[in-house]
Write a protein that binds this ligand. Structure first.
Ligand SMILES: Nc1ncnc2c1ncn2[C@@H]1O[C@H](COP(=O)(O)OP(=O)(O)OP(=O)(O)O)[C@@H](O)[C@H]1O
Length: 231
């Protein structure tokens, strides 16, 4: 589904991603793990097009998206929930969701009801300003906004960061539902291992800009955790 081949990425002279390969299977949920600063967010931004890559290739369902703009990738099915959520605090919940409508290929004018079914709180609060929502509600709004585009691949950067446990559980349930019941392919960066083990099918561990271990989440051993993830 998503094939990342020999990607190299730099910030000016700093070489951040090194010949990175990653293959995410259709309909699975993959979790990208790794210590701070290994390049996880950088990789996600390369997939969304926010950072054009210097070398390598990214294929989505066989289409080469390496040189496509972020907008075209979004139209082509790449949904992104950035770290820190980046919702618009002065716009209402509904306006935040509607922002994505213009990029839908079918030019729909209404928020798909399915979004409100997945996140009833967004319906209850649709006339409230984004900035008035709790962190967990804002995260649900950020996921809802990405889903408005009807993506094929949903990318989430640390969706549970700074969120209270009951909402973390709800977000995990929604990711599983999107993935299991609706067949959406998911790639997430996550620091919380219990959450990763609950929602992911496969893991990818990064170290110094490369994927150094991967496999089914059940094979994420204590040794791997010790070697690559504990600080
Ligand atoms: N805009 C930037 N300009 C220069 N260097 C950057 C920039 N963004 C990130 N870096 C550096 O690139 C490296 C990889 O950062 P990145 O944010 O991708 O790591 P990460 O694995 O997502 O870490 P974290 O878990 O802390 O978010 C780090 O050394 C970071 O300092």
């Amino acid at each position: 589904m998503l094939h990342i081949q020999s990607v190299n990425q730099f910030y000016n002279q700093s070489h951040i991603l090194w010949d990175l390969d990653l293959h995410l299977k259709e309909g699975t949920c993959g979790c990208l793990l790794g210590r701070n600063g290994v390049g996880k967010t950088t990789l996600l931004k390369c997939i969304t097009g926010l950072l054009p890559i210097r070398q390598g290739q990214i294929l989505l369902n066989g289409t080469d998206i390496t040189r496509m703009s972020t907008e075209n990738r979004a139209r082509g099915g790449v949904g992104y929930v950035p770290q820190g959520r980046e919702i618009f605090p002065l716009l209402t919940v509904e306006e935040n969701l509607k922002i994505s409508l213009g990029a839908r290929p079918d030019r729909a004018r209404q928020i798909p009801e399915q979004i409100y079914q997945l996140f009833p709180v967004l319906k209850e609060m649709k006339h409230r300003r984004g900035g008035d929502l709790s962190g967990g509600q804002q995260q649900q709004l950020a996921i809802g906004r990405a889903l408005v585009l009807d993506p094929k691949l949903l990318i989430l950067d640390e969706p549970t960061e700074g969120i209270q446990p009951n909402i973390v559980r709800d977000i995990g349930d929604v990711i599983r539902k999107l993935n299991n019941d609706m067949g959406l392919t998911v790639l997430l960066v996550e620091q919380k291992l219990p959450f990763a083990r609950r929602v992911a099918d496969d893991f990818f561990i990064m170290e110094r800009g490369r994927v150094v271990a991967d496999g089914p989440i059940g094979a994420l051993s204590d040794e791997l955790v010790q070697q690559y993830l504990t600080v």
